[in-house]
Design a protein around this ligand. Structure first.
Ligand code: AMP
Length: 279
């Protein structure tokens, strides 16, 4: 496995693979890898000849008061985890490699990004769409793998690829959880032991909401009230949002009569965590 830092090196390696007629997958990440990321890499390895993993904490998707500086980073550990699951190339650029001084072109979206996380993080999806587009242009993969953990992101990227006629298959992969239910996340490392315990209200609420919908509840507000009550029972938890939206346009629904995404963002102390179910 190779670890490279420049766009030129990625292009040269992928070009050689293409000459041999090999298929190529991309798994974009911000690093500090865990089992959730590794599940995407394993799926990528199973469906493609070669797997590229990008490890890049993308500055343009963080707001001014967010955790860009403090986001955990450990390239050596990430590289050995990637190697263990058979990744072929790790691309770890510096921000200056991705954004030159007079960088001024962004990929933005008029729909899908104004609700849920886009409400609290207004520039987030513009940064995500821009960096993912750039990675697509650099690697030119056949397939790219994204987790359902970031469900809005997955729907946004699928929409972007369709809008821009990118010839790339977007593969969504299920949420990987800790044994007690907490969705795995690099940000879980911010939690104190007490907060780690409190964070279980997210998955508890997700499981309770999912059960209600599976049992036939069609009233979105009933499901959401039950979920909010579970989260509000925890003094360390503060709800950012808990919403039921259509998977098609990410607009709120009152009646559950088609594919929905039920998503939440909750502060546990200062750490903002997300979780969801799709049905
Ligand atoms: P991140 O490094 O947080 O930007 O995540 C990189 C990719 O891994 C995204 O597509 C995430 O949705 C995915 N991912 C992160 N956590 C999980 C998880 N617990 N289960 C499945 N996929 C995940």
């Amino acid at each position: 496995m190779q670890v490279v830092h420049t766009i030129k090196e990625v292009r040269e390696t992928v070009k050689e693979w293409r000459k041999e007629g090999l298929s190529v997958a991309l798994v974009p990440t911000m690093g500090y890898l865990h089992e959730g990321h590794l599940s995407l890499m394993k799926a990528a390895k199973a469906g493609n000849d070669k797997v590229v993993v990008s490890v890049f904490v993308n500055p343009t998707q963080f707001g001014p008061n967010e955790d860009f500086e403090s986001y955990p980073r450990d390239l050596d550990r990430d590289a050995s985890l990637c190697e263990n699951v058979g990744v072929d190339l790790v691309f770890n650029p510096e921000p200056s490699e991705m954004y030159h001084d007079d960088f001024s072109s962004f990929v933005d979206m008029n729909t899908l990004t104004g609700n849920l996380c886009g409400k609290t993080r207004p520039i987030h999806f513009r940064g995500v769409c821009t960096v993912v587009s750039k990675l697509f242009h650099i690697v030119k993969p056949d397939r790219a793998y994204f987790g359902q953990k970031d469900a809005q992101q997955l729907l946004v990227i699928k929409h972007m690829v369709e809008d821009l006629n990118e010839d790339i298959e977007i593969v969504g992969c299920p949420i990987v959880r800790e044994e007690d239910g907490l969705a795995k996340s690099s940000r879980n490392t911010y939690l104190s032991p007490e907060e780690r315990q409190a964070a279980l209200v997210l998955s508890k609420a997700v499981f309770a909401g999912e059960k209600l919908v599976k049992e036939g509840e069609k009233d979105a507000n009933k499901v959401l009230s039950e979920m909010r009550a579970i989260i509000e029972s925890e003094p360390l938890a503060k709800i950012d949002y808990v919403q039921m939206v259509s998977q098609k346009n990410i607009e709120d629904v009152e009646v559950i009569d088609g594919p929905v995404l039920c998503a939440m963002a909750v502060y546990i102390g200062k750490t903002r965590l997300i979780d969801n179910f799709m049905i």
